[in-house]
Design a binder for this molecule. Structure first.
Ligand code: BQF
Length: 293
């Protein structure tokens, strides 16, 4: 059996078109949704991610403003930006592209953003609200995952979801989302991490396996139950002299192996990545509604 390939690019395009309708409604109500993205330094991956976010805004009818700083910008200067943007009623979403240079404390920056403008969903107020099931801005990557599963015709309710990884950006918010009541959740959840004993025992229990580890092609066929839904959050560069750039992108799942046992699987690229950007558009509209209602 060969797995159904979950087309993240296609589902992300659907979500962007829904976000465009939402933006049109907001504009009709006199609100132009507006996202500000703050980019620090010259990291090529960060620049590319910011570029795709700005492009998605253009396509969706969301106004975007890009603020760039050199890599030696002070924490104080970033804070001053955020304070100004918090106070600006025409700005609904504030996103500081991560990672930041090591002299800047990411937690301090995140906590400075007004919770209702925190379109990344990383502010402790939003983390707390998510964990107790109050509607709020939630992190884009994990929020997109149930969307892509359900829109692929796969039921989630009552399934055993196993998440590998416990980051604050993916693993932990993913756990909070999956355990909620509701059609796009209601799972039995397990979180595996570097301290887990007999990882394969746990991953083999998964009806839904979500890999957010950061190790190229870590999940092998013998770790996956026949027919499971496998969601690959990883984006890893591996050297490949046969390509023009000298590298290619692979996920945390050995796609060629696992597609032979999984029931459904997301590719890399074109899986979870595009969904992250599409969910950012939805979060920006949600912030605009929160701030203007
Ligand atoms: C695709 C990100 C690690 C660290 C910081 C499409 C994106 C990626 C891949 C994208 C990511 C990853 C983003 C694809 C935003 C997802 O076709 O597979 C889009 O733009 N992402 C980010 O902003 O910061 C990161 C990963």
């Amino acid at each position: 059996m060969n797995a159904q390939i979950i087309d993240g690019k296609k589902i992300a395009a659907e979500i962007r078109s829904e976000a465009k309708l939402e933006a049109t409604e907001l504009i009709a109500d006199g609100v132009q949704p507006c996202l500000v993205v703050v980019l620090v330094g010259e990291d090529p991956a960060s620049k590319a991610y910011v570029g795709s976010k700005v492009k998605a805004c253009e396509e969706t009818g969301i106004k975007s403003i890009k603020i760039t700083h050199p890599s030696d910008v002070s924490e104080e200067a970033l804070m001053a930006d955020i304070e100004r943007l918090n106070a600006d009623v025409s700005v609904h979403g504030i996103l500081v592209q991560l990672p930041l240079p090591s002299h800047i404390d990411e937690d301090v920056v995140t906590e400075h953003i007004h919770p209702n403008k925190d379109v990344d969903g990383f502010h402790p107020v939003n983390v707390g609200k998510l964990s107790i099931g109050i509607d709020c801005l939630t992190p884009c990557t994990p929020t997109g995952i149930p969307e892509m599963i359900v829109r692929s015709g796969i039921d989630m309710s009552g399934k055993h979801a196993v998440v590998i990884g416990r980051s604050n950006i993916v693993g932990k918010p993913m756990m909070s989302l999956l355990v909620q009541k509701g059609e796009k959740a209601n799972c039995t959840v397990t979180c595996c991490h570097s301290g887990t004993r007999d990882l394969t025992y746990h991953t083999k229990q998964a009806d839904i396996l979500i890999a957010a580890i950061g190790v190229p092609e870590f999940v092998k066929a013998d770790m996956v139950k026949e027919g499971a839904t496998v969601i690959d959050v990883g984006i890893n560069r591996v050297e490949d002299p046969s390509t023009a750039k000298g590298y290619r992108l692979v996920g945390d799942v050995d796609f060629d192996e696992v597609k032979g046992v999984a029931g459904a699987i997301t590719p890399v690229p074109g899986g979870v990545g595009p969904m992250t950007v599409a969910m950012l558009m939805k979060n920006t509209n949600k912030a605009a509604r929160l701030l203007t209602r």
